[in-house]
Design a protein around this ligand. Structure first.
Ligand code: FAD
Length: 470
């Protein structure tokens, strides 16, 4: 068996996939060098000082659910589990301000939210019957990816207009950042089974109470404390073989990093960009063809600061509105309370309609929409605003996409792939990224004959769901 301490692993990319691979490998005794092109880690889950407002903002509100066991494991490694606040209820607000709350009670899964669901005023009786019928289809397991899209599935299962517009879409579009017509039934079913059926704990929503870069910046200390190194502002431009030594040379514009193994933890478009600069190998062209099958979907975050509180709700789904979710950042992140201003972030997923719009148009739309929900908006004055359009936020989990998602193995020996786009069984999420990072770290340990299990177990189902397949 190889002593991992003698092995140098270069991880390319400091998003959650790269960070989790680097942390796990550092912990297993490898000497890790993590190379990140930006001046901070966290990738698509990061925060920065917004130049227009002078405020530290997240690139977008990020949430997780209790079912994200590998991400929660990463938080435990980094010593930040207390930086996540957990919620067991979701508030759906209708225009005019009427609220319906879905919350879990002591009833056994899958009925744990059923009492509040039956009481919810935002759904008609016909909507409730349709939703219950739809959810029942997922109790016994997840349908395979048949090529059908979830929009077609909703029609085929006789879902009412209200059920689609007020339940299926708001949950799904925000969870998978895509319209139902472009989502695989398998992944849609996974969202609903895990959020609403599996157990009360699985469906709890976690929200970070500190900025994302602070949260994930702890990984730098973790890696360096174990003898590794994190190099920011280091963009990898090519990778070459290192003669007969069985090692890799990872090249940035002005430096070379020698490695016994490499983890490529890039987003899919970054991997496609690097591909022509990689050594020829059987399977390289096939990987290129697979990468070409991925498509981006945008998310827009609208950050608004008012001179007074417009709602005490900490988060809410805004029904029948183009702005889908509200996060009360003043309530969620203590550091935003001090100014006296009231900071709200609105998140619009699959925001193709907003991408061509001017910043001011988007701000005006958002303020007008809030006015339809919260009476306090009549007196409130907007102090400042920021609009963050992430046009390459996530990839669409279209029907059939799983067939082209590669695992950790790459076309090159001693080189492994990670990233939310690789085959993890999860869509483009923080959990998917961390799973991929742990999976890549496992593959590295296997290369050196010291295979380790790093991914953690899934959360078991609760209540009567224990009688159903995992
Ligand atoms: C607006 C928005 C909202 C989201 N909301 C949620 C949410 O609520 N919940 C959730 O679970 N997920 C959410 N996601 C998805 C989640 O952020 C991503 O799935 C996850 O962070 C992807 O991590 P990754 O490591 O795979 O990729 P990335 O985060 O893209 O990391 C790749 C890293 O590689 C670096 N890189 C690229 N090229 C090079 C190079 N040549 N050399 C060196 N470094 C390079 C990049 O700078 C980047 O840091 C959201 C994403 C966005 C954008």
């Amino acid at each position: 068996m190889t002593n991992p301490m003698q092995k140098n692993v270069v991880v390319v990319g400091g998003g959650l996939a790269g960070l989790s691979a680097a942390c796990a490998l550092s912990d297993a005794g490898y000497r890790v060098q993590l190379l990140e092109r930006r001046p901070y880690v966290g990738g698509r889950a990061s925060s920065y000082e917004h130049p227009g407002t002078g405020e530290v903002i997240d690139n977008c509100q990020h949430v997780l659910i209790g079912r994200c066991t590998n991400l929660i494991d990463l938080y435990a490694r980094l010593g930040v589990p207390n930086a996540i606040r957990w919620y067991n209820q979701f508030t759906f607000v209708e225009p005019g301000g009427r609220e319906s709350v879905l919350r879990s009670t002591g009833l056994p899964a899958p009925m744990h939210s059923s009492l509040s669901f039956l009481a919810a005023k935002c759904f008609t009786v016909a909507d409730k019957i349709a939703i219950a019928r739809g959810l029942l289809a997922f109790v016994w397991g997840l349908p395979p990816d048949s090529g059908e899209n979830f929009g077609a599935w909703l029609t085929r299962h006789g879902q009412t207009h209200g059920a689609i517009e007020r339940f299926w879409k708001p949950v799904l579009v925000s969870a998978l950042n895509e319209d139902p017509e472009r989502i695989s039934v398998h992944y849609a079913a996974k969202v609903f089974r895990e959020s609403f059926l599996s157990s009360a704990r699985a469906g709890e929503m976690g929200i970070p109470s500190i900025p994302l870069s602070e949260l994930y910046g702890h990984a730098i200390d973790y890696i360096t404390a174990r003898g590794g190194e994190v190099r920011l502002r280091t963009s990898v431009e090519s990778i070459a073989c290192s003669g007969t030594e069985n090692r890799w040379r990872v090249l940035s514009a002005d430096e070379t990093f020698d490695a016994d193994a490499v983890v490529l933890a890039l987003p899919f478009e970054g991997m496609a960009r690097l591909l022509p600069q990689m050594p020829d190998a059987p399977g390289k062209e096939t990987l290129g063809a697979k990468l070409a099958a991925f498509e981006h979907s945008p998310i827009t975050g609208i950050h608004l600061w008012f001179d007074r509180e417009i709602t005490p709700l900490e988060h809410a789904v805004l029904l029948d509105s183009p702005v889908q979710w509200l996060f009360n950042k003043s309530a969620l992140q203590p550091e935003h309370r001090a100014s006296g201003e009231h900071y709200i972030e609105l998140v619009v997923s699959a925001s193709r309609a907003l991408v061509p719009m001017q910043r001011q148009e988007i701000v005006d739309l958002a303020v007008a929409e809030l006015g339809r929900f919260f009476p306090a908006m009549r007196e409130a004055t907007l102090v400042k605003a920021a609009v963050v359009k992430e046009v390459r936020a996530t990839y669409s989990v279209r029907p059939g996409l799983d067939a082209v998602r590669p695992g950790a193995e790459s076309p090159w020996p001693r080189m492994v792939l990670a990233g939310d786009w690789t085959a993890t069984g999860w869509p483009a999420t923080m959990e998917g990224a961390v799973r991929s990072g742990y999976q890549a770290a496992e593959a590295v340990t296997a290369i050196f004959g010291a295979r380790r299990r790093i991914r953690v177990e899934d959360l078991p189902h609760g209540g009567l769901m224990k009688l159903t397949p995992a």
